[in-house]
Design a protein around this ligand. Structure first.
Ligand code: AMP
Ligand code: ZN
Length: 654
């Protein structure tokens, strides 16, 4: 073939491949099979081999070329600015008011704030030319070979003028998980994953990480002017870039806040890491009027979500015995601010988890907020000279009995002689959502164990007023109340009883769902795993937990003893489903509460209320536990009612 013909053939193959790449990677909607795609792709590879010609925008270059000797510096043609930031609605409102004053009323574009590595990409004559990291904003590093491997960076675009765009190199959670499945050296988080991939001298390594590029700005466009951010957004999209699917035009502060709230709720479910929202004045000519400071544009603002992940020092590990006898590692941390609260402890789940994450005592670790009150340790950030391995105990830290390993889980099987687990079991049983025994605390449970020999739940019903009076802090009135309360609790409802047994992961909502479906305890105890899973919101793990719980002879014995003490389950339909205080109201939980946050959220939802992650004017109540942080401040500044846990429960019970 003649050279011209070869090139023409290559061009047609390339545009076909580009189209399928776009469908697959940007639109997530492939129109041909992998095999069909490969056929086209490899005919291009063959043609390149035979002819010795490779066009500069050939998709075969995406696999990564030669290892580089070092990174060249490149001066940015257009300076890159940082973004000014706010963390609460007051400051956001103030900024919006300023902007409205300066412009006489304006529109705002609201988009994701991507949390990856900022990149600048240049195109000439419609072809990918170079890519540069942000660097210090004036000078960055040439990462052209690395960025070329990113499938969502188009190698050729319809626009033929010179074009410089900015966006964020990202590793999606999916690519992150997939990479870590086989990687020898595991990545700590997607953000480190991108930075390490792009600042890697071997572009083949970059290619392996399967990065994405989300484009959000045009820095220079020869021969084309834009009137609004919306036009910029549409233009970027039309060039084949990925933009992140969130783009809204707002005309006032409340609309912006609504957008923020909406994304705040789903941010953990989207596949890319975002750490906030960026609000930009939509009108480009207004931007010129408003201008820039030395550091950032005055016409844009980032609203940062409270950090979901931070790093801190893991000081040591405490092994805690729970009500089921399970011994869990709890890490003591150097106090750190996370998602609006001060965190001092985090869970490590189990032994495998410790090994997998490679965390050590006296090391820096990543901590992330999850739904529970107690956050989770994600991995090792940095080890020090004095870092040391976490020792797994051989005997129970509470009772000294040898521990039993079941899979990755450690158990103390000293069911009725292990103080920590009995105390935890009794406290749970007596707690408000369970049997609601008055005047009960973990301390009381401890005193009952130590002084009155309480070992079984049923032992509680054998206590006399005289017994209680021997305890510290128990005066006549309190002892009376507790005895009456115990007596009254014997007449109970199925879901309360079920919840009070403390089956792992059976919260109040699950207990209600079970009661509603199965009607009697007998039915629940004899239900098969399939029947249990059939209940909405009950998954395999919970089903297994329930099954295992009722197969355990100790548990069966305990249940029988409770009935022998006169417990009667009323055969009424599950409790009223809603609650006048909670129904239709929105709650925000903050600080350390006496039980897992999820449990209280479940309760609120089961009573017809709503919960939200951040405080706004729409919040009805902020339920503040100990060490409540910025959410509390915000509630105060917005005049939202703040209640503590005991007020909350007494309002529910009224
Ligand atoms: P920061 O790095 O926290 O100072 O935030 C500023 C950076 O946010 C910018 O330099 C961009 O890299 C990044 N960023 C992420 N998403 C956007 C967006 N939608 N618009 C502008 N900048 C963004
Ligand atoms: Zn023990």
């Amino acid at each position: 073939m003649e050279r011209e013909k070869i090139i023409a053939k290559m061009q047609s193959l390339i545009s076909e491949i580009d189209k399928h790449n776009y469908n697959y990677y940007v639109l997530d909607n492939p129109t041909i099979s992998d095999a069909e795609y490969d056929k086209i792709y490899y005919s291009l590879v063959d043609l390149e081999k035979e002819s010795g010609i490779t066009l500069p925008y050939s998709p075969t270059l995406r696999v990564g070329g030669e290892v580089l000797a070092g990174f060249e510096k490149r001066k940015h043609e257009v300076n890159l600015y940082s973004l000014n930031k706010v963390r609460d609605y007051d400051d956001l409102n103030a900024w919006v008011a300023d902007m409205n004053k300066l412009t006489g009323g304006t529109e705002f574009a609201v988009e994701y704030k991507f949390d990856g590595l900022s990149l600048v990409i240049e195109y000439q004559n419609g072809l990918f030319k170079s890519a540069t990291t942000r660097g210090n904003g004036t000078v960055g590093e040439d990462v052209t070979s690395q960025v070329k491997t990113i499938r969502t960076v188009p190698l050729s675009i319809p626009f033929k003028g010179r074009l410089i765009v900015q966006g964020e190199g990202m590793m999606t959670n999916k690519s992150f998980a997939e990479y870590n499945k086989t990687a020898e050296e595991k990545l700590k988080n997607p953000r480190n994953g991108v930075a390490g991939a792009i600042r890697n001298l071997d572009p083949k390594e970059t290619a392996k990480r399967k990065l994405d590029f989300f484009c959000y700005q045009v820095l220079l466009s020869e021969g084309k002017e834009f009137k609004t951010q919306k036009e910029i957004h549409d233009f970027i999209k039309a060039q084949g870039f990925l933009t992140g699917d969130y783009f809204h035009i707002c005309t006032n502060a409340q609309q912006i806040i609504d957008c923020i709230e909406e994304v705040d709720k789903i941010k953990n479910d989207i596949d890319t890491m975002i750490d906030g929202m960026v609000i930009k004045i939509n009108n480009v000519s207004s931007r010129e009027d408003i201008g820039w400071t030395a550091k950032f544009p005055r016409w844009a603002m980032a609203f940062k979500f409270a950090a979901q992940e931070v790093s801190t020092i893991l000081e040591n590990v405490l092994w805690q015995v729970g009500r089921t006898g399970r011994v869990t590692p709890i890490a003591n941390l150097q106090p750190v601010e996370l998602a609006g609260a001060t965190v001092t402890r985090a869970t490590l789940n189990n032994i495998d988890d410790i090994k997998r994450k490679g965390v050590l005592e006296n090391s820096r670790v990543f901590v992330r907020r999850s739904n529970e009150v107690i956050p989770e340790i994600m991995g090792l950030a940095e080890r020090f000279e004095n870092s040391k391995e976490i020792k797994v105990p051989l005997v129970c830290p509470s009772c000294g009995q040898p521990l039993v390993l079941k899979g990755p889980l450690l158990y103390c099987e000293n069911h009725f002689g292990c103080r920590e687990q009995v105390v935890d079991r009794i406290s749970h049983f007596a707690s408000r959502n369970a049997m609601n025994i008055e005047g009960f605390s973990e301390k009381t449970a401890g005193a009952l164990y130590d002084n009155l020999g309480v070992r079984h739940l049923s032992d509680l019903y054998k206590l006399s007023k005289e017994d209680l009076l021997t305890l510290e802090k128990f005066k006549d009135k309190k002892a009376n109340n507790t005895i009456n309360s115990l007596e009254g609790s014997k007449q109970t409802e199925l879901y309360k009883f079920l919840y009070s047994l403390g089956i792992p992961e059976v919260g109040i909502k699950t207990a209600k769902d079970l009661a509603k479906r199965f009607k009697t305890l007998q039915n629940i105890m004899s239900a098969s795993e399939e029947e249990l899973v059939d209940v909405e919101d009950i998954g395999e793990i919970i089903a297994k937990n329930i099954k295992t719980f009722f197969e355990d002879k100790y548990n069966l014995d305990e249940v029988q003893k409770l009935f022998d003490c006169g417990i009667v389950i009323e055969q009424v339909a599950a409790a009223t489903e809603t609650n006048a205080f909670v129904e239709g109201k929105t709650f925000v939980l903050t600080g350390t509460l006496s039980k897992p946050r999820k449990e209280i959220e479940d309760l609120i939802e089961s009573l017809g209320g709503k919960t939200s992650g951040s405080v706004s004017k729409k919040t009805d109540y902020v339920l503040a536990g100990q060490e409540a942080g910025s959410k509390l401040d915000k509630a105060k500044s917005l005049g939202v009612k703040v209640i503590n846990e005991s007020e909350f429960f007494s309002l529910i019970n009224d």
